[in-house]
Design a protein around this ligand. Structure first.
Ligand code: ADP
Length: 243
C-alpha cells in the first residue's frame, strides 16, 4: 500500500538518503532502527513530503508522486493519507488538548464543530486523557502532550501514522505511558511507521523491522530474524549495543 522507490535526498553535498526502496503493506507496523545520523527521520519526513526527496517515487494507494516533477495535487493527496507524530509533540500552545485534536477535524476534514468535538473527546479518552480536555500543553507532562499528539494524528483517520522518535524527548518515567498507547493502536490494525531507539518495544510491536545505516537500508525483515539471526554484520553490531 505504501511503496518507496529509489528515494534520494541530499542536504547540500551531504547525501543523506542513497536510494531507498521500501514496501509497507496495509496494517503493518514498521520500526525503522539505526544509528544516529543514518537518515531515519529524513526518510520518514520524505514519506509525507515534509522533506522533498531529490529523486525517487512515493506511492500510497493509488497516488504516486514522482519526486523529480511532483504535482501539487498528488502531494496534497499524499499528505491527506498520512499523519505525523513528532518528537517534540508540535502542539498549538494556545489551544487546549481538545482544541488541538479538533483542529484537524474542523479545518482539514471540514466536520461540524459539534461532531468534531464528540470525536475528539472519544480520541482523548482512548489515549487516557479524558480528564485533561481543557488543559493547555503547558499544563501537561511531556507524556500527556505526546498522547494528545497521537490523538490528533488518529483524528485525521490516516492510512498511515508516521512516528518520529515519539518518546525520545520524554523523561524515562514517561516513556511507558506513550508506548502503551502506541501498542494499543497498533493492535487495531492501523498502518504505522515508527522511527525509534526503543529496541524492546520495536521487537514486541513491529512486524517489520528496517535497519538503516549511512543512508541505506542494510537489512529488513520480521523482528525474529533481525533480532535473533541478522544476516548482516553491521546489524549485529548495532543490536549488540542494546543487549
Ligand atoms: P537519524 O534520524 O537517523 O538520526 P537524520 O535523518 O535526522 O538521521 O539525519 C541524517 C543526516 O542528515 C544527518 O547528517 C543530519 O545532520 C542531516 N540533516 C538532517 N536534516 C537536515 C537539514 N534540514 N539540513 C541539513 N542537514 C540535515
Amino acid at each position: 500500500m505504501i511503496k518507496l522507490t529509489g528515494i534520494r535526498k541530499a542536504f547540500g553535498k551531504n547525501e543523506v538518503l542513497k536510494g531507498i526502496d521500501l514496501t509497507v503493506d496495509k496494517g503493518e507496523v514498521v520500526a525503522i532502527l539505526g544509528p544516529s545520523g543514518s537518515g531515519k527521520t529524513t526518510l520518514l519526513r520524505c514519506i509525507n513530503y515534509l522533506e522533498r526527496p531529490s529523486d525517487g517515487e512515493i506511492s500510497i494507494d493509488e497516488f504516486a508522486v514522482n519526486c523529480r516533477k511532483p504535482a501539487k495535487k498528488d502531494i496534497h493527496a499524499l499528505r491527506r493519507k498520512t499523519a505525523m507524530v513528532f518528537q517534540q509533540y508540535n502542539l498549538f500552545r494556545h489551544k487546549t488538548a481538545l482544541e488541538n485534536v479538533m483542529e484537524g477535524l474542523v479545518i482539514v476534514k471540514k466536520l461540524a464543530k459539534e461532531e468534531a468535538r464528540r470525536r475528539s473527546v472519544e480520541l482523548l479518552e482512548k489515549v487516557g486523557l479524558s480528564d485533561k480536555l481543557d488543559a493547555y500543553p503547558s499544563q501537561l507532562s511531556g507524556g500527556q502532550q505526546q498522547r494528545v499528539g497521537i490523538a490528533r494524528a488518529l483524528a485525521l483517520n490516516p492510512e498511515v501514522i508516521l512516528f518520529d522518535e515519539p518518546t525520545s524527548a520524554l523523561d524515562p518515567e514517561l516513556v511507558g505511558e506513550v508506548l502503551s498507547v502506541i501498542r494499543k493502536i497498533a493492535k487495531e490494525g492501523i498502518t504505522m511507521i515508527i522511527v525509534t531507539h526503543e529496541m524492546g518495544f520495536a521487537q514486541e510491536v513491529a512486524n517489520h523491522i528496517v535497519f538503516m545505516e549511512g543512508g541505506s537500508i542494510v537489512e529488513e525483515g520480521p523482528p525474529k530474524t533481525i533480532f535473533q539471526s541478522p544476516k548482516e554484520e553491521r546489524t549485529r553490531q548495532f543490536l549488540v549495543r542494546f543487549n
